[in-house]
Design a protein. Structure first.
Ligand SMILES: Nc1ncnc2c1ncn2[C@@H]1O[C@H](COP(=O)(O)OP(=O)(O)OP(=O)(O)O)[C@@H](O)[C@H]1O
Length: 250
């Protein structure tokens, strides 16, 4: 479980996060949603230590991340898998080399052990046998799946996904969402997904944190979101005329 309390972050005079508190439980898919500029990515970065909040607490299963020194943070980072926006694969490396990268960085495993783990992860994302391909030879959906395979290579306790559906068609997006949900439930990871995608919200949003202008505006599940009267949330989730009409049937 990751718990954040009263997190504040400013860039100069621009206060981007205005005291955000939330609990992200293990084994469920936690989503952070909100309009452009609402602070989603900044919150994610504050949680993994890529940004430093001026105030507040970030706890990984009770361990206070903001007070850790460099070495202690490295230990927590080893427990974190990240799926970056745009997959962020290394173009000059094959699929298996990409997946083995964190194992080379953080473990003393033998080549055979690393290869075995890479093969297991590839199998898990249904890309068995694609070891020797380069990222340029993969579709967008396959790249995301390799990104997920790399993210789970270290058997992470915590999984962060930044816009996992960006650039994917709706059908492939659902495949990626389902994979993230399955992995979360299977390995009981604490999974946090930053997303704009309304299919994801309705499909896999076990817990949803809605940010608006740097504040926590709403939290709840995908079952509850259809029945809220909060205007800002409705405007965001059910933005189109089609979605407004569809909301009546949820
Ligand atoms: N490194 C930075 N320096 C200065 N301002 C920043 C920096 N990073 C983010 N901001 C500002 O913080 C605000 C929130 O940005 P953030 O990227 O967190 O929003 P977001 O909700 O993830 O948006 P999007 O959905 O468009 O990615 C924006 O006003 C942005 O300009």
């Amino acid at each position: 479980m990751i718990e954040i309390k009263d997190v504040e972050k400013s860039f100069g005079s621009n206060t981007v996060l205005k005291g955000i508190s939330a609990k992200f439980e293990a084994g469920v898919t936690n989503l952070i949603i909100g309009g452009s500029g609402s602070g989603k990515t900044t919150l994610l970065k504050c949680m993994v230590g890529l940004q430093t909040p001026e105030k507040g607490s970030v706890q990984y299963d009770g361990r206070e991340f903001t007070e850790m020194n460099f070495e202690q943070r490295i230990e927590v980072r080893k427990e974190i898998g990240m799926l970056f926006q745009g997959s962020a694969l290394f173009d000059s490396m094959t699929v298996e080399e990409n997946i083995m990268f964190p194992l080379n960085m953080f473990t003393e495993q033998s080549f055979e052990e690393k290869m075995e783990r890479a093969n297991f992860c590839l199998q898990r994302v249904n890309l068995e046998g694609k070891n020797k391909l380069f990222p340029a030879e993969l579709s967008g959906g396959m790249k995301k799946r390799v990104g997920i395979a790399r993210a789970i290579a270290m058997n992470p306790k915590y999984l962060f996904c930044d816009e996992p559906n960006s650039g994917l068609d709706p059908k492939t997006s659902i495949v990626i969402d389902e994979l993230i949900k399955e992995i979360t439930e299977e390995y009981q990871t604490t999974t946090i997904v930053v997303t704009h995608d309304m299919n994801s919200v309705m499909g896999i949003g076990d817990y949803i944190l809605f940010l608006h202008e740097g504040k926590k505006f709403w939290e709840g599940s995908n079952k509850e979101i259809a029945h809220t009267d909060i205007e800002e949330l409705n405007d965001f989730v059910f933005a189109s005329r089609f979605m407004k009409a569809a909301k009546k049937n949820f």
